[in-house]
Design a protein around this ligand. Structure first.
Ligand SMILES: *Cc1c(COP(=O)(O)O)cnc(C)c1O
Length: 841
């Protein structure tokens, strides 16, 4: 029990905002500096362990108490004040009152290890940035008893996994209870069994994160193990977890809102396919509570649902057996099981009829969907094009929001201090940071700061290397001099997935050794990453890397740091000068580690994949050419590795070691300035969350509100049914006064199209001219879509209806075109939405 004067410590420890708020961390450090160190900077653990005597002293320490009150008041102001969203919403009638954000993992802080890698860190950064902006998000996920594994290495460098058991009572989460103190429970049917889950709430600044937990006495052994660990076990286990996340998640949000009085979400965001069963539960609610039909409920749910896909490879998509899903949802009344199965069916060319595809269900149940970088949006449109037959890849209704990273979490605190601005947002100042602040800092100070960052990273690395050497039974005398704070430092850290090509840099070992051992201009490399426990290939790559680094002639110059997690990552990015990423393009959907590096004035040395394809600029780093056209993977690896070495040898090393009289690398420092001012504001997660709000959340809320209007969902469902039924008979019968093959800019042409509407009204469709320049491969480029109008005097009820269009060419040269009919309704978010198009022969 804390003394009265120190009560605010408990409030501060139970809101995870401390994890990105240096002033709050300082308060905790002052409580007991030794304990702060020994708990690894975990406020709650520290409060459990601190002695009553120490607390007594602090309670009487006027300076400590006054400062504590200041910091507590700052939290209150952060939690209750008006932020960006409140101002924005005041001018946007459709701003949602709440948004449900579902994710299988959340990486918020090392003290809540509920993530495995990039997806989780992104979800954590999304919540934090939403909190900073005042966006009313409610996060939903699972509470894993074991979190993700802790990685260590054996003597031969093979990855070892350990799953420490977490005690929820010692985590910064609070059990959700009713007014009488009893835990709030949700119940769900998992494979025919009634499973109970209790709900824990983590406070991520202003954003509540509700975590479901089945580790309860009332459940049997198998049911308890549903939330044992992230992505553990076989597909039955995984299906159970996803049913809990999706179906349970909706119930958990309802309960949370009932107990706390929080507004209910009108927009539901599925972060990756794991969560999309949420759509089924929302359909069920509407069928039962509002007495709606399945189709009408689908329209209602779709309008307010957003699906974000994170993988550019079909193999990365979550799929279950049809039979597995059939038995799970056989008695999910009143939803007809065949309709459920239809949502995830791969009934398109190349699909597998025995599989239930979570991404496909996500796309069918969400009126809006996005990838996580522009390139990934393109790749996703290509990958899912079979769901929209008749439409060009560019028309597939999947957009993109490029990921971002949470500045307060990932930028070095000293650099944050330099950027912090008391001024309102204006040119160059955004969300409280002045991105041009380095203009007022001289080169020497910037360079000194970078050396300090390198030094801090090296202290962390040496501690970890010493512990790892001891655990592997190896000598550790070399650790004290491992890495050098003055040496050009290259970082590489990521999951051990094979497309990330951890060992590409080893392809010419002697050349790499020469770079590491150069007496005048050496480089050093810091590496980290975990392989999935079931991925022996990934573990083999890690072993190859560790064995290379174990060699005496490079030891301490290239190092592998075990157990890549948030606490390792935070000092790692600032400590690097160059961040290396060499995935097989285009398999990196976005990648965020390079963004965190850029935010700390490190340069990217990367294949132009994910976000780097979009924002690469020679001012911010180097592009390793991607040899996608080389069919053979070995050749491609060799060529890309060659280019990588060349860039390091010819450009990076000379630039880093070219110094002025004071020892400052002027060109390098100039690039540090441009990287921070140019990339910083783009890669920040507040930019990402704003994009989600304006491009997705608000339009979704508007769509949901429109179909919620008195019977509109039902009308829309009936209209879609009518259109689908009529569609096989809809046809472009004839197109007249065809365009000439080559045209002049500005020339105009009248085109007439005769269309058979098969009982539909002209207003049910759009007749469109799709035109563009024909390229060498006969594909249309710079596609333009123009709309025909009903011809004057044409009888809309006739068997064939005449439409006309006066087309004014915007480009000259060889043009190609088609005429098509597509369904049209103001409630559709895109012309391609229904995947129906009747194209002229
Ligand atoms: C940022 C981060 C990742 C994701 O990095 P990618 O570049 O997207 O692979 C994974 N793990 C940790 C600990 C991170 O901080």
């Amino acid at each position: 029990m804390l003394p009265e004067a120190l009560r605010p410590l408990g409030d501060l420890a139970r809101n995870l905002r401390w994890s990105w708020h240096p002033d709050t961390q300082e308060v905790f450090r002052a409580v007991d500096p030794d304990l702060w160190m020994s708990t690894g900077g975990d406020p709650l653990q520290m409060l459990f362990q601190v002695s009553p005597e120490r607390l007594d002293v602090l309670a009487r320490d006027r300076r400590f108490v006054r400062n504590l009150e200041l910091v507590r008041n700052d939290l209150t102001e952060y939690l209750t004040g008006e932020r960006w969203y409140q101002t924005w919403a005041a001018n946007n009638a459709q701003a949602p009152e709440a948004i449900g954000y579902f994710s299988a993992e959340f990486g918020i802080s090392k003290v809540l290890p509920q993530y495995s890698g990039g997806l989780g860190i992104l979800a954590g950064d999304h919540l934090k940035a939403a909190s900073d902006l005042g966006v009313p998000l409610i996060g939903v996920g699972l509470l894993y008893h074991h979190g993700y594994f802790i990685q260590s290495l054996n003597t031969s460098g093979w990855q070892q996994e350990r799953y420490p058991l977490l005690d929820p009572n010692e985590l910064p989460i609070t059990l959700l209870t009713d007014a009488d103190g009893s835990p709030v429970m949700i119940k769900i049917d998992v494979q025919g069994l009634l499973v109970h889950a209790q709900l824990w709430v983590a406070s991520v600044g202003r954003v509540p994160l509700v975590l479901m937990d089945t580790n309860l006495e009332i459940n049997n052994e198998r049911e308890r193990l549903i939330t044992d660990k992230l992505y553990g076990g076989g597909t039955d286990h995984r299906l159970a977890q996803e049913v809990l996340l999706g179906i349970g998640g909706v119930r958990a949000i309802r309960e949370f809102c009932r107990v706390t009085g929080h507004a209910l979400p009108t927009v539901f965001h599925a972060n990756e396919g794991h969560a999309v069963f949420m759509g089924l539960e929302r359909i069920r609610e509407r069928m039962i509570n509002e007495n709606e039909t399945f189709d009408s409920a689908v329209e209602q749910v779709r309008a307010g649902m957003l699906f974000t896909t994170h993988t550019p490879v079909p193999a990365g998509i979550d799929r279950f057996g049809m039979d597995q899903v059939r038995s799970q949802f056989a008695s999910f009344a009143p939803l007809p099981i065949d309709r459920i199965l239809g949502l995830g069916a791969e009934n398109f060319p190349g699909g597998d009829p025995s599989r239930f595809n979570m991404a496909v269900m996500g796309l069918r149940l969400s009126q809006r969907a996005n990838g996580v970088s522009e390139l990934h949006g393109e790749v996703s449109r290509q990958m899912f094009q079979p769901l929209w037959p008749g439409f060009d890849v560019s028309e597939v209704p999947i957009g993109s929001v490029t990921n971002g990273v949470h500045g307060h979490t990932w930028m070095h605190p000293e650099l944050q201090k330099i950027l912090e601005s008391p001024l309102d947002d204006a040119e160059g100042i955004l969300d409280g940071w002045d991105w041009n602040a380095l203009d007022r800092v001289d080169d020497t100070d910037i360079w000194t700061l970078k050396r300090q960052m390198r030094g801090q990273m090296i202290s962390m690395a040496r501690e970890r290397l010493a512990a790892s050497a001891a655990a592997r039974g190896m000598t550790s005398d070399w650790v004290a001099t491992a890495l050098n704070p003055h040496t050009l430092t290259i970082g590489f850290a990521r999951r051990g997935a094979s497309y990330k090509r951890l060992t590409l840099m080893l392809s010419q070992p002697d050349r790499l050794k020469a770079l590491l051992n150069d007496p005048e201009t050496p480089i050093q490399i810091v590496i980290a990453g975990k392989a999935h426990p079931a991925d022996d290939i990934g573990k083999g790559l890690i072993q190859e890397m560790v064995q290379f680094a174990d060699q005496e002639d490079v030891r301490g110059k290239i190092v592998f740091l075990p157990d890549y997690d948030i606490s390792l990552a935070k000092p790692l990015y600032p400590g690097c000068d160059v961040w290396l990423n060499n995935p097989l393009r285009p398999l990196e959907a976005c990648g965020t580690s390079g963004m965190k590096a850029a935010m700390n004035m490190a340069f990217n040395l990367s294949i132009r994949d994910g976000w780097w394809d979009e924002w690469y600029d020679p001012e911010y780093g180097w592009a390793i050419p991607s040899m996608e056209l080389l069919g053979n993977q070995a050749e491609r690896d060799a060529a890309e590795a060659e280019a990588l070495y060349e860039l390091i040898e010819r450009e990076i090393v000379p630039m880093f070691y070219t110094r002025d009289a004071n020892g400052i690398p002027l060109a390098w420092v100039a690039m540090m300035r441009s990287t921070l001012s140019g990339l910083g504001p783009k890669v920040r997660a507040t930019r990402m969350v704003r994009d989600y709000v304006t491009e997705y959340y608000a339009p979704s809320a508007a769509s949901a509100a429109r179909v919620a209007d008195n019977g509109t969902a039902e009308e829309l469902a009936a209209w879609k049914q009518k259109v689908r039924a009529a569609w096989p008979g809809v046809e472009v019968v004839r197109v007249e006064s065809r365009l000439p093959e080559t045209v002049e800019v500005g020339s105009s042409h009248v085109i007439e199209a005769t269309v058979r509407l098969n009982g539909l009204a002209p207003a049910d469709v759009a007749v469109e001219l799709v035109s563009g320049e024909v390229d060498a491969t006969d594909e249309l480029r710079n596609v333009q879509i123009s709309r025909f109008e009903l011809a004057a005097g044409s009888d809309p009820a006739a068997e064939s209806v005449l439409f006309t269009l006066t087309d004014v060419s915007k480009a000259a040269g060889l043009i190609g075109y088609t005429v098509r009919v597509v369904p049209d309704n103001p409630l559709l978010a895109s012309m391609a939405e229904m995947g129906l198009a009747a194209v002229a022969e």
